[in-house]
Design a protein around this ligand. Structure first.
Ligand SMILES: NC(=O)c1ccc[n+]([C@@H]2O[C@H](COP(=O)([O-])OP(=O)(O)OC[C@H]3O[C@@H](n4cnc5c(N)ncnc54)[C@H](O)[C@@H]3O)[C@@H](O)[C@H]2O)c1
Length: 344
């Protein structure tokens, strides 16, 4: 049984807590650190999220509740610290967990900049502990099915791919942290990183990126919209849009279309994955049940039990995802294409 210490009981913290309950027998949350006394007392009124908004409060019974990460780290029962804190707190929390001899699971994005992400992955190596990063789209059933189809060769060579992830500005967050570019990295690091990382997972690391950003708002100069083109050899054209400036009430949506010699594979906003071929009826592609968080955390727990790093998302790949998005933002800033060096 893997014993988890969960840090931060917001949208992702409660989501992870629900998942660990489904993994009963393999994993159990034994401790939680959350400074909000209301939440520690079981009052989650006002909590929210952008997918699968919960209506009930999670049960905290049988779990040691702490006000701070430091107190949780002193609990010798905890094997793994799962960090679902606001992004600007990831670095210190991961470094603290590793220094306390624990494995760490950290929500995406790993960090707000490349240097911090690099430092965190290096610290895990030095401590001889594993660092698992929640790039959940690598585990999201429709995205997994698309990758299997493409890599399995049935679709032939991919020629173009377009990804989109759009929503209103997140409003549920603790002290509005995501609205501050310095705390969340704005739409590029908070939202678009899901697609940037999946694109690397699907097609390999791009050699360069050209991007544009728009909708800068607020005193922190928050970037609300990014449109990026990831460059590959062989004329493969890959584009992605990440935007969170849409009007309140606009439904969060994640979609893609991948065109290959053997047809066009598309994920619709309603979650349907379909394959379109010339001269044939559209074919709905079956996908595994559940969401990406369930598959992701189940996989991490299995890796920890086996004493192995993740073969699906290594700490190095999570560092690269941060580096890739930073390069996209830099491309927008300087107004030209930015090469991505091979080195991690
Ligand atoms: N994988 C995904 O699909 C996905 C979706 C949403 C958010 N995220 C990521 O998850 C992370 C958290 O986002 P969220 O939406 O859950 O944020 P949130 O604001 O809903 O929750 C953050 C929680 O941390 C708590 N907190 C603040 N300071 C703390 C401290 N010092 N110690 C312990 N707890 C503390 C807050 O009280 C709050 O409960 C971010 O990095 C975000 O990018 C990932």
């Amino acid at each position: 049984m893997i014993k988890i210490g969960l840090v931060g009981l917001g949208y992702m913290g409660t989501t992870h807590l629900d998942v660990y309950r489904q993994l009963a027998g393999k994993a159990a949350v034994v401790a939680i650190a959350e400074p909000d006394a209301k939440k520690r007392a079981g009052d989650f009124s006002g909590a929210g999220g952008n997918i699968g908004n919960r209506t009930d409060a999670p049960s905290l019974s049988g779990i040691e509740l702490y006000e701070s990460l430091e107190a949780l780290l002193a609990n010798a029962d905890v094997d793994v610290v799962d960090i679902t804190l606001p992004t600007f707190m990831h670095r210190d929390a991961v470094l603290g967990a590793l220094a306390a001899g624990k494995h760490a699971i950290c929500e995406k994005p790993l960090a707000l900049d490349y240097d911090a992400a690099r430092e965190m992955a290096d610290a895990a190596k030095q401590a001889g502990r594993s660092l698992y990063v929640g790039q959940c789209i690598r585990f999201w059933p429709a995205y997994v099915a698309a990758r299997e189809l493409l890599l399995g060769g049935t679709l032939g060579k991919a020629r173009t791919a377009a990804f989109s992830r759009v929503s209103p500005l997140p409003g549920w967050m603790w002290r509005g942290w995501a609205r501050d570019q310095q705390k969340s990295g704005g739409a590029p690091l908070d939202l678009h990183i899901h697609d940037a990382d999946y694109i690397s997972h699907l097609f390999g690391r791009p050699s360069a990126v050209s991007a544009f950003v728009g909708g800068r708002r607020g005193s922190s100069g928050r970037i609300d919209h990014i449109a990026a083109c990831y460059h590959y050899p062989d004329d493969l054209l890959v584009t992605a849009v990440g935007a969170w400036e849409y009007a309140a009430g606009y439904p969060f949506s994640m979609t893609f279309s991948i065109h290959a010699d053997g047809g066009t594979l598309a994920l619709a906003a309603d979650g349907t994955l379909a394959l379109y071929r010339d001269g044939a009826e559209p074919e709905t592609i079956p996908v595994a049940p559940g969401d990406g968080w369930m598959h992701e955390l189940g996989h991490f727990v299995d890796c920890i039990a086996a004493g192995e790093p993740s073969a699906v998302i290594s700490a190095e790949e999570a560092v690269f995802a941060v580096k890739l998005v930073m390069a996209a933002v830099e491309s927008a800033r300087i107004g030209r294409r930015v090469e991505i060096p091979e080195t991690p």
